[in-house]
Design a protein around this ligand. Sequence first.
Ligand code: HSE
Length: 412
Amino acid sequence: MKKIAVLGCGTVGSGVVEVFYKNRASIERKAGCELDIKYIYVRRPHPEIAYQDKLCFNFDTIANDPEINIVVEVMGGVDPAYRFVKTCLENGKSVATANKELIAKNGAELLSIAKQHHVNILFEASVGGGIPIIRPLHQCLGANEIDDIQGILNGTTNFILTKMIREGMSFSDALALAQQLGYAEADPTSDVEGIDACRKICILASLAYGRHVYPEYVHCEGITKLTAEDVEYAKDWGGVIKLIAKASRDPQTQKISMLVAPMFVPFESQLSSVDDVFNGILVDGDATGEVLFYGKGAGKLPTASAVMSDVIDCAKAADTIDTLYWEDSDNNFVEDWRTQPMQSYLRLQLQYRQQTALINELFDTPVLLARKSQPETEIAFITPPLTPLQLDELLSRLSDEGISVLGSVFLA
Ligand code: HSE
């Protein structure tokens, strides 16, 4: 019998306990051994939690209990999760975690500690909720060089954008509903400002390219500045706006480009129809070509499903799983995003109609977009490929002419 301790009993933690006891027989069959949850660690009493006999308020009891083989960390945040996970690994316990913040910040170090102690730290649930993506990347796609990863990695923002576009719901109502459904982070700023998606693409890039990519080296924008008008122009262009996280590697230089931002996605792209809380991740392998991973990217039971898959692997593994590993790095292999040319959609407020001549001159006759009830002095168009540095320069020239930016979104 292998014993499990669950650290945290919020949305995901309670889901883990629920899924475990619901599907225990088949989980044990797949793990090849009997399993039980011995402790549920919480910081204060929770009378609503079933299994009151398993509640534990002292982490040291878990850390020092030799019967505990597997620890599930679903507390979220870095403190005290980092300290607890590190202690468990050093004490010879494998860890299954859903904590993307922790892995994006300390993944290289924790993987190395796990290796030294012949245990595992597994984090399938940290990216894509219930979608298998971590295991496919380092196992099923292990024979590929990964040229490109791009995806919708945050369920909350995708849910909000879908509700705003399809049902005309306000941003704040859609966010409140996402929180009620247990999709959003404790502080939803991480969702709506793109920080959560950034952590996730960093985890995927670290795994695909073998070196830790730290979130602070990745340019990240959220969805809070988007308007209904931007959505209308995207439709006229032939697509939708999605919060996209991207990582790609230049085969010549081996440098990688990373970006998280709302982007115009053409209707032909499979990502354009990924709606609601669903996530979609396109991985381009040099042997497989594009592979799409799709499913619920957040929520109690989908995330618990991914955590339990790690518990099963922790129970089965006799030693550290070698393919799940990346080195620490100084991130000098991450390109400066401001030097990467990209097309953009721009919506500008002119002072008078004749200023379109200046736009045509600066942007070399750009492709114009239209929407219903478009004021005469509003112009929207797609720019040619420009680096963010070049774009900033042009926008500052426009600003000198009294032209202001109402909306700006990159093309995927
Ligand atoms: N807040 C996250 C999301 C939860 O909305 O995708 C899953 O990581």
